[in-house]
Design a protein around this ligand. Structure first.
Ligand code: GLN
Length: 490
């Protein structure tokens, strides 16, 4: 096995045992990128010189006998909606093609503080709107398990990079499923933390009441290490919670004896692929064998989650995206007649079709006369959705479901039909509306394509989710399988 195929935890042990140097790990990742990136196309930008410099700095620390952090020297990829000082941050949009932020997102500063090695910026759906990464203005990212299939989205580049060994771990963002759905499609672990756990400062805003940054990794242990590194209160984000958070490594125990797990019936209804259902049923059996008490429950307002999300998210997006006007930064048309013409043509040319669709939907839902009928109604239904979960968590430690209704679909299969595309997040959206934590972990395969199992918890119960996920993972081998990008794809 090559170094790039190992986990952060394994590599950390090798680094502290002086069995390997951070520089060698970094070179192994860049060698893999050289070999497979033409096929995968996970990255919009690579930062090899800086990455090697960061790796050598860790080696110097180790040589001096200094203690290193659990993620020191670990190559990590960042979704391209996370601001990186001095490096382009495009959100995979033409409108930000030349945007170089003057500051780092808080999570980037936190990772730098841990001496991680930042490899580059990953591809995504434009402004994180999409479920396949096909909405990138720049390139299509392929699923490492089958290059004819999408990697999911919107954090498709981050998920594909981790699955392909082109990064050891990555950060993504999740507004309605954008970490968990690509994690499921690419056979990796992806967590959306409780709203407020991770600072959103420097995350380019899509829908501010739903957005949360989270990790993608090869296993649950690395997920805990990444979450430890990025969580915590930040005075720069007024929605980040000022409470003490646990060391998530303590959750890495294989014990769920007596755990009460609920299965929401609505998440196993029509639309769920039969083969995926079977994989999830097997996963439930594994959890029962480990001592969990699993029973069916109900979240009665589930059917309203998708329409509610598609009012609230576009409404917030339309207001967040008003700043891209061709004046302050970003793309501007050259030949404008007057200022209004400049605004409108810069936006028409700078934004892609899906972003424009969302801006129109959101502007409509917020306009006088429709605000009460749509936006305020959606906020009320959002409360009902949250209450469904609160009621369920009176009885259960966590809920489980398939992460997605099917495995990764083919390029072009859904891109012309927005509603079909939106349905691929039908099991993940409600978690964002309720502000809850959710994690997707590898649960098995259907025709060689990965299936994700989702654990949903009450607010700030990440430790509980990690413990259940870890117990499942350690009872199975799905997380150990790697896509055979080489030699078939080479
Ligand atoms: N696919 C959903 C959307 O298009 C969710 C995206 C996300 O979580 N960023 O809005």
């Amino acid at each position: 096995m090559e170094l790039c195929e190992l986990t952060a935890n394994e590599l950390h042990r090798m680094l502290t045992g002086k069995d390997v140097r951070a520089e060698e790990i970094c070179l192994s990742v860049f060698r893999r990128i050289d070999k497979t990136e033409d096929q995968v196309k996970a990255y919009l930008a690579l930062h090899p010189e800086e990455a090697l410099e960061q790796a050598r700095a860790v080696d110097r620390k180790i040589a001096k006998g200094e203690e290193i952090s659990p993620l020191a020297g670990i190559p990590i990829a960042l979704k391209d909606n996370l601001c990186t000082k001095g490096h382009r941050t495009t959100c995979a949009s033409k409108i930000l093609y030349n945007f170089v932020p003057p500051y780092n997102a808080t999570v980037v500063d936190k990772l730098n503080g841990q001496d991680v090695v930042i490899i580059g910026k990953t591809n995504m759906d434009e402004f994180a709107m999409g479920s396949s990464t096909e909405n990138s203005a720049y390139q299509q990212t392929c699923n490492p398990w089958n290059p004819d299939c999408v990697p999911g989205g919107s954090s498709g580049g981050s998920a594909a990079a981790v699955a392909a060994g082109e990064a050891i771990c990555a950060l993504g963002s999740d507004t309605g499923g954008s970490i968990r759905q690509p994690a499921a499609f690419c056979g990796v672990v992806g967590m959306k933390p409780t709203y407020g756990t991770v600072s959103r400062y420097g995350l380019v805003a899509f829908a501010s009441s739903l957005d949360q940054i989270g990790p993608l990794s090869k296993d649950v242990t690395d997920c805990a290490l990444m979450l430890n590194a990025i969580c915590g209160h930040d005075p720069m984000d007024s929605t980040s919670v000022p409470t003490e958070l646990p060391d998530y490594r303590e959750a890495l125990v294989t014990d769920i004896d007596g755990f009460r797990i609920g299965i929401p019936a609505e998440y196993f209804a029509a639309g769920l692929d039969d083969h995926v259902r079977r994989v999830i049923e097997e996963a439930i059996t594994v959890l029962e064998q480990r001592g969990a008490r699993v029973e069916e429950t109900t979240l009665p307002h589930t059917e309203y989650a998708l329409p509610t999300y598609y009012i609230i998210a576009p409404a917030e997006a339309s207001s967040n995206l008003a700043r891209y006007d061709g004046v302050r930064y970003g793309y501007r048309v050259e030949d404008a007649k007057d200022v209004l013409d400049m605004f409108s043509r810069s936006r028409s040319r700078g934004f892609g079709a899906e972003v424009k669709r969302r801006v129109m939907l959101g502007t409509y839902a917020l306009s006088a006369g429709y605000y009460d009928a749509y936006y305020l109604e959606a906020l009320k239904v959002r409360t009902l959705i949250r209450r469904d979960f609160e009621r369920a968590f009176e009885k259960y430690d966590c809920l489980i479901s398939p992460t997605t209704p099917s495995t990764a679909f083919r390029f072009g299969e859904k891109v012309d039909d927005p509603v079909t595309m939106y349905l691929s997040d039908v099991f993940t959206l409600a978690v964002n509306l309720a502000g809850l934590p959710g994690v997707s972990i590898p649960a098995g395969f259907v025709d060689g394509m990965p299936v994700g199992l989702q654990f949903i918890g009450k607010p700030f119960s990440e430790s509980t989710l990690l413990r259940a996920a870890y117990t499942f993972e350690q009872s199975t081998t799905h997380h150990l399988k790697r896509p055979s990008l080489t030699p078939e794809v080479e």
